[in-house]
Design a protein around this ligand. Structure first.
Ligand code: FES
Ligand code: FE2
Length: 395
């Protein structure tokens, strides 16, 4: 037995030439592991929170759950994106309880009416003028770090965020071989054609692992393998740097029946035509690029065994404005999502079984998932070890 990394002795092992081990089952179940992931991964990474165009103008807001925190994402009077921890600075009331809404001018707390402008500054409170020592900036709403990229608002709750270029743009670069190869899709300018929200009874890591491999494609994705015949061989587009899976010869478009798709995105290259590219941006984003649209998944891990996935289908604005029929286009990946999430939900109950205490195995076409497991282990390894030890004690 070869140990790949001495610090990971119980987590990831080369079992044979073909097989390496997965994370132990308890990693997908234990509350303490999930809590550690919330604190050390979700709240410290760049988290893709909101589609910028969903915030239509000044005062529009959305609230999102990022790890253990509720965050408001909104636009100020100048239309600029702002994000705030959803916590009143007085005694902590959650300011916005709706998932989305439109403010007139300010955030006003429902408890004692402390009021903050759209940049988060404290502008009014009962008797505020009688308390001249209260500094309105000191008691402003607390702002996490914010970036806009690909038409989405990315938020990092950590005091010291990781490099956006390394973590987010780097993931695009690593997958496509060049981060600029995504530019031609001009994702920020696309329009939302359809959004479907999936409430998945599975741990978020199972969903990431599923997205990274295509060993399952021939078994559970008949429509997808019809469009992308090479997927039937089990090698995911993510297995090779820069590789996009080619459409089958008879396939006219990325649709459920291979019929013609919508208008091709004008900026893509000839190489990108008739190909599907997939990118995983840890911890919560999947990007799917095809010639006439882009599909973006955002995952919201809400519990060890529950993940909400919001999936956006984005098309040229003219396609959406003309109300073109998107059904055959949307249906392909909607089915893929349903097929994938059903598989993940069928894995989840097994994760707490004594039979799965040591985890499962990855075949060679899945070995790149081992890097994801290493990344998890590097951040929450001690919590996994502790959960495993406790599980051993119960057996
Ligand atoms: S808790 Fe918000 S004003 Fe008192
Ligand atoms: Fe799949």
């Amino acid at each position: 037995m070869t140990i790949l990394d001495p610090s990971l002795t119980t987590v990831r092992e080369q079992i044979s030439e073909s097989l390496i081990s997965t994370l132990p089952g308890i990693s997908y179940v234990a509350e303490e592991v999930f809590a550690a992931e919330q604190a050390s991964i979700i709240e410290r990474s760049w988290f893709c929170a909101v589609r910028a165009a969903d915030l239509s103008g000044p005062g529009a807001f959305r609230t999102v759950q990022i790890g253990r925190e509720s965050v408001i994402v909104s636009r100020n009077r100048r239309g600029e994106i702002r994000a705030f921890f959803n916590i009143c600075r007085h005694r902590g009331v959650r300011l916005c309880v709706q998932p989305e809404g439109q403010l007139k001018r300010a955030f006003q707390c429902m408890y004692h009416a402390w009021t903050y402008d759209l940049d988060g500054t404290l502008i009014a409170a009962p008797n505020l003028t009688k308390m001249p020592d209260i500094d309105r900036e000191t008691y402003a709403l607390v702002q996490p770090h914010v970036r806009e990229y690909l038409g989405y608002v990315w938020i990092c709750l950590a005091d010291e965020p990781p490099s956006f270029d390394d973590e987010v743009i780097g993931a695009v670069r690593d997958r496509l071989g060049d981060e600029h190869l995504i530019d031609g899709y001009d994702i920020a300018q696309l329009a939302l054609g359809r959004r479907i929200v999936y409430d998945v009874a599975a741990n978020w890591k199972l969903i990431v692992e599923n997205f990274m491999e295509c060993y399952h494609c021939a078994t559970i994705h008949p429509e997808l393998t019809e469009v992308l015949p090479e997927f039937a061989d089990g090698l995911a587009a993510q297995y090779f740097v820069g590789h996009g899976a080619e459409f089958g010869d008879e396939i006219q478009g990325f649709t459920v029946d291979g019929s013609e798709g919508l208008d091709r995105l004008p900026g893509i290259t000839e190489d990108q035509d008739r190909r599907y590219y997939a990118i995983t941006i840890k911890p919560n984003v999947f990007i799917n690029l095809v010639p006439d649209h882009v599909i973006i998944h955002r995952m919201f891990p809400l519990a060890a065994d529950r993940t909400v996935v919001e999936c956006d289908w984005l098309y040229l604005p003219s396609v959406v404005a003309e109300e073109r029929d998107l059904d055959a286009s949307v249906e392909l990946f909607h089915r893929v999502n349903q097929q994938d999430f059903e598989a993940c939900e069928r894995c989840q109950p097994a994760m707490s079984s004594r039979v799965y205490a040591d985890g499962g195995v990855l075949v060679p076409s899945e070995h790149h998932i081992g890097a994801f497991h290493d990344w998890i282990t590097a951040q929450v390894g001690p919590s996994i070890e502790a959960a495993r030890a406790a599980q051993g004690g119960r057996r």
